[in-house]
Design a binder for this molecule. Structure first.
Ligand code: FE2
Ligand code: FE2
Length: 386
């Protein structure tokens, strides 16, 4: 089948974009710290009336009862066989990719046997989990910033509980990587750039929009998919606990911004719409696991180009990543403001079908694990006593 001129031009443009993305890499991987300028003012409020925003207050009370302990509520004695997990996740070879229209014949992968594909899968897991861990630290820093910058006492209270949640998330991902997997990856350049931009912004609501709505919305969907597909019991439990917190965090963003966005002008809304779309495209198109290909001895450009025949706009996995973001943007009025600017953009990504899914402002109660935690603790206490 020959390509039309227009198709060829679009493909050339897409490949040029891949070149541009891969040209930016994290150069300072040996640095122990990374400094980001934070341009925001710290705000005190003298209005201490608790519960003025009843839904935020309810969320805060819920959060106090849902705190789990990463050291003791997870069963770290479970042995994890990473190779077996990699095999279960499906280590398909060049022949299967061939059926999907992916031609690996001119790449080193053409000669790979099962063991290389298993190694690739293991490295891919290490990479993904490492990026989750770095993203969690981004959430930790962002939420600490929200404690400082949000003007409402109910939101400061809630954000303080989220700081604690995020500390636990960083802790458990780091522990899982150290004890159950075999190697960290540094933060990906494009993830770091996105976190930097979110922290850099001086407007308090942009931290929420970038972190709680976009990054955590995507993470909640990604964790949900990982939860459905993993059979490793420790990781499953870890994800379940983390997701129960993340659902609250996304709800915190939705509940806080709903009130604020109702009062913004069209031009102010337009800035938020652009910010949201930019974050969406960056998360979807720039996190390319280039570091994994490098570690596997394959030129990332060659590998990514070989796989780029799959159209992201029609890839169900890529679409599902937006299953939380789209209904939440809808609830905030971001889809329809300014003549539906964001709706039209999301249409081009093929994700507007999620707009009527439950929004996380309502849905977080479904993720609750406080009963689960209480039962586990009771069982552990009974076992110790008897
Ligand atoms: Fe988190
Ligand atoms: Fe979170």
């Amino acid at each position: 089948m020959s390509l039309t001129e227009k198709e060829t031009a679009t493909q050339d443009q897409a490949l040029q974009e891949v070149d541009d993305i891969l040209a930016l890499t994290n150069e300072d991987t040996d640095e122990a710290v990374h400094v980001v300028e934070d341009n925001a003012d710290s705000i005190f409020t003298w209005d201490y009336e608790k519960g003025k925003r009843p839904r935020l207050n309810r969320l805060y009370e819920k959060a106090k009862h849902s705190q789990w302990n990463g050291e003791t509520d997870l069963d770290w004695s479970i042995e994890v066989d990473q190779e077996q997990i990699a095999r279960e996740q499906g280590t398909v070879g060049a022949d299967v990719f061939g059926m999907l229209g992916i031609d690996l014949s001119d790449t080193p992968m053409a000669k790979w046997g099962e063991s290389e594909w298993v190694t690739m899968q293991i490295e891919s897991q290490n990479w993904s989990l490492s990026q989750f861990m770095h993203g969690e630290q981004g959430a930790l820093v962002c939420t600490a910033k929200i404690v400082e910058t949000v003007p409402w006492i109910d939101a400061k209270y809630y954000a303080a509980t989220q700081v604690m949640d995020e500390a636990r998330h960083v802790e458990v991902f780091a522990k899982y990587l150290d004890e159950k997997m075999n190697g960290h990856y540094p933060i990906n350049y494009h993830l770091r750039a996105l976190l930097d931009d979110i922290i850099n912004d001086s407007r308090w609501d942009m931290t929420y929009l970038g972190m709680q709505i976009m990054v955590e919305g995507l993470a909640l969907a990604a964790f949900g998919m990982a939860y459905q597909t993993t059979s490793e019991p420790l990781f499953k439990q870890l994800l379940k606990y983390v997701m129960s917190d993340e659902a609250r965090h996304v709800a915190f963003g939705v509940l806080s911004l709903k009130e604020y966005y109702a009062e913004l002008s069209d031009s102010e809304m337009a800035e938020r719409q652009e910010f949201a779309f930019d974050a969406a495209v960056r998360m979807r198109d720039r996190f390319l696991q280039q570091e994994v290909w490098e570690r596997m001895g394959v030129d990332p450009k060659q590998a990514i180009k070989a796989f780029s025949v799959i159209d992201k706009n029609e890839d169900p996995f890529q679409q599902l990543l937006f299953s939380k973001i789209v209904p939440n943007c809808s609830k905030l009025g971001l889809l329809d403001a300014n003549g539906g600017w964001l709706r039209k953009r999301f249409d081009t990504l093929g994700v507007t079908q999620f707009e009527h899914n439950a929004d996380t402002g309502e849905e977080y109660l479904d993720f609750d694990v406080s009963k689960d935690i209480a039962e586990r603790r009771a069982e552990a206490a009974a076992a110790e006593a008897g």
